[in-house]
Ligand binder design. Structure first.
Ligand SMILES: [Fe+2]
Length: 266
């Protein structure tokens, strides 16, 4: 491990970042231009890179400088491939889950796409975006514990059935809890049916006590249900759905997230 000042500096020059990653400065620039790496700009137009951003693309401080093994770029590529294969596996399993629900299939995939776009607009880091996408994909995974009869029932649910349906965030939390790499998204799953006014479930959290990821998923999910349609209900146009979201601002949904959502998906 390097011990000179570069290893401890928080803001790095392009050259220093390249040295730490053992790549060329051009590679660092390519990361910046392709959006893989966040960079600041000095008034003189030079890039400055935060150490924390560099970590996200594969710089691991304690990694020994092994010769003849994978270089950092190859390791970053492997790491990305591995994550993508996790996400692909989850997407495949979700197709089966979505098919059980009254909400049209593809719901979770579309919610994940909307969330991704909103996360990008909010300036989320790569890791934050990935966690938001995973949480959006898996937000309703707990429905696996609820009978298809209840999920597909067209009319009003009985009190007992409603109780069962409202258990799905906690059932989901219990499933996710078993998987190490999904631990960061537990709270987002548990709280995706909280309401901004505190009248949601399971904990009645209100306002900013609700995790940001849950507030984004909630808006995206509401929009998708309105526009993709569920059996026995009308499908709304984009504009009608936006109006509906605005009406839910401050009661069901976070007003700021609603405006960001509308501005992003427009
Ligand atoms: Fe849900």
């Amino acid at each position: 491990m390097k011990t000179d000042h570069t290893t401890r500096k928080e803001i790095l020059r392009t050259r220093e970042a390249a040295e730490l990653l053992k790549v060329t400065t051009q590679t660092i620039k390519n990361y910046i231009y392709s959006g893989k790496l966040n960079a600041l700009k000095t008034p003189g137009g030079h890039h400055r890179i935060r150490r924390s951003d560099l970590k996200e693309i594969g710089f691991i401080e304690d990694l020994p400088g092994e010769e003849g093994t994978l270089n950092r770029e190859e390791m970053y590529q492997l790491y990305k491939d591995l994550l993508n294969s996790y996400v692909d596996t989850i997407k495949a399993l979700l197709k089966a889950l979505d098919a059980r629900d009254a909400i049209t299939s593809g719901h979770s995939l579309r919610v994940a796409e909307y969330c991704n776009a909103v996360g990008q607009r909010l300036g989320f880091s790569t890791i934050e975006r990935r966690n938001l996408e995973l949480a959006a994909l898996l937000h309703d995974v707990g429905k696996i514990g609820i009978s298809e009869y209840i999920l597909g029932k067209p009319g009003k649910l009985t009190e007992q059935e409603l109780f069962m349906v409202q258990k799905h965030p906690e059932i989901g939390e219990g499933i996710i809890d078993e998987v190490e790499f999904l631990k960061p998204i537990i709270a987002a799953i548990r709280h995706h049916h909280e309401r901004f006014d505190g009248r949601g479930y399971p904990d009645g959290l209100a306002g900013y006590d609700i995790p940001l990821a849950s507030r984004i998923i909630s808006a995206a999910e509401t929009y998708d249900v309105l526009t993709a349609g569920i059996p026995y209900k009308d499908v709304l146009s984009k504009e009608q759905a936006f109006d509906e979201l605005r009406r839910s601002s401050g009661n069901q949904l976070d007003p700021e997230i609603v405006s960001t959502f509308v501005a992003t998906i427009h």
